[in-house]
Design a protein around this ligand. Structure first.
Ligand code: SF4
Length: 143
């Protein structure tokens, strides 16, 4: 299969989300982004390879350049994905920070090690995932 090149079909929009697995916020950013893609469809949006931007993977840069909207979704105010996207030379159309935009409280998972550590998904609120997904979907639908 030939590598994607500029001018070939691609997703209309692109999301770059953080995926910090060390905290609830980063995990929700990833899950919500996937739910948004499932809801609106892959022709409309896909999740970009955040790690491919700083190392200069050509199809990742090309598909980002071709996207009508670039949406960044970060869990906490460190805003890792927005910063990576901007440092790669792109300007996000919209940037979400879940701790700010849906009022998530960051919980670092290491805090419970040796005390009351729970299974991973018990740290994740489906309500937070739904709220964050709705923000992303609404941003994609905005004219
Ligand atoms: S934005 Fe916050 S939650 Fe997301 S990867 Fe960076 S430090 Fe982790």
């Amino acid at each position: 299969m030939p590598e994607w090149k500029e001018g070939m079909p691609t997703h209309e929009n692109i999301i770059f989300n953080c995926f910090g697995g060390l905290s609830n916020t980063g995990i929700v950013a990833a899950l919500a982004s996937m739910e948004a893609v499932k809801e609106v469809g892959l022709d409309k949006v896909a999740i970009g390879c955040l790690a491919g931007l700083p190392v200069g993977v050509p199809p990742v840069h090309g598909k980002t350049k071709a996207a009508k909207k670039i949406i960044t979704v970060d869990g906490c105010p460190s805003e890792c994905s927005r910063k990576v996207v901007e440092e790669a030379g792109f300007k996000p159309t919209k940037s979400f920070v879940l701790a700010r935009d849906i009022g998530m409280k960051k919980k670092a998972l290491h805090e419970d090690i040796g005390k009351s550590l729970k299974p991973l998904m018990e740290y994740i609120s489906q309500e937070d995932v739904e709220k964050a997904k709705n923000l992303i979907v609404d941003a994609l639908k905005e004219a």
